[in-house]
Write a protein that binds this ligand. Sequence first.
Ligand code: AHR
Length: 503
Amino acid sequence: MPNARITLDPHFTVAPVSRRIFGSFVEHLGRAVYDGIYEPGHRAANADGFRRDVIDLVRELGVSTIRYPGGNFVSGYRWEDGVGPREARPRRLDLAWHSTESNEVGLDEFARWTKEVDGELMYAVNLGTRGVQEALDVLEYANIPSGTTLSDQRIANGSPEPHAIRMWCLGNEMDGPWQLGHGTATEYGRLAAKTAQAMRQIDPTLELVVCGSSGAGMPTFGVWERTVLEETYEHVDFISCHAYYEPHDGDVASFLASAVSMDRFIDSVVASADHVKAVRRSDKTMYLSFDEWNVWYQSVYNDVEKITDPSAWPQAPRLLENAYSAMDAVVVGSLLISLLRHADRVTAASLAQLVNVIAPITTEPGGPAWRQTTFYPFAITSRLARGTVLDPKIDSPLIATDAYGEVPMVDAVATHDDAAGTASVFLVNRSLTETVTVSIDAGPLGILHVRSAETLHDEDFSAGNTLADQDRVVPEPNKTARVEGGTVTVTLPPVSWTALDLH
Ligand code: AHR
């Protein structure tokens, strides 16, 4: 059996764990909102029409920021359609998803829902079909306590307290030709800079996210980041990254190593941002908001034939309802390892998305809500990652991949909470065939026992959780984990993700 060795030292730190790394995303898309978080006729619905069983699952998932209302949807959205008396709200064409938007849920309802799930609302403004004025209007409506027309409208609409939104996205994926209002990096960068400057006249402490590339494979990748940041560097705090992973041509070995691609993506965006910093002789460090990431089988779940006749665009159709396997959950766990490893620069991230649409939670109208396989690595990492991220020294056997060459079989990251006397280690075994034993030298951390060890693995990598079998794939206690003389050992089955809670 192959062996891997990991060394942990409390002095080898990356950065504090930012809770915002455990963000998620709810877009007006398919059944994310309607028949997802919101189903007024459901037996579990609260007074606002939101399902309490879904609220409970979102809380259990442990999400922090929740990005809203899109996504591609936001680039054609009029925020004011979604506020005020529901019966007066317009029905609109949603050009992004060829759907009909009823506007039953809007900013006020969503802000209340976000509080219910203990989340932080992260709001995207429309820089596709709209601009500076509309961004200022929604900011005034949401954040000004009272005494102006728009803030008083919010109060009259039943939200006496301001929503106090701190993080704002300046549009969505504006590099993508599919995006309403897409333009060049210079055009977008100038609009984003003007919008940011105007919003900061209302509140200079807002945290603003400018659009980076919608994927590292975009033809403008790198140049887009540099150009947009040249226009906006002093006015924004974050640049966004988006990435979705899936096996290509059945190459699951490379798919299991997707975190290598995420690592490289992050390193490249950091390099672009630091280039602009150097040229500007700036003291300011740009952070990354990885505000769309996930496994998404786009070849299967994004080839929906778009209905061309707008009068037939459905309301809340089943779109992008990716069913996840045990292997997908292992990859999601490994992507979280990559995000934590970069905690010095990636200080916010959003799993895209949250409910029904490429999501860890699935609902059935009038029926139950259940956890997809990918729910577990996210929930467990969010619960256990505390204190400071440590930079482990990993000595692992290598495995060959077509996409990335040789990669370590075992990848891992650790967090350490000195005050609480705890540490957590998150590990992945990317081998398709080999079980591996890992020895973790945790002596300097003073670890005495393993409080819990949980492994997500299934002999059938393709098994998933369905309406009929909702708990087919769940994490199991890993009984091999033990501590002796400051060394933790644990055995990892092939294609598995493991979390150790150490005291
Ligand atoms: O998350 C689904 C879609 O993927 C989003 O609307 C868009 O931003 C991205 O391309």
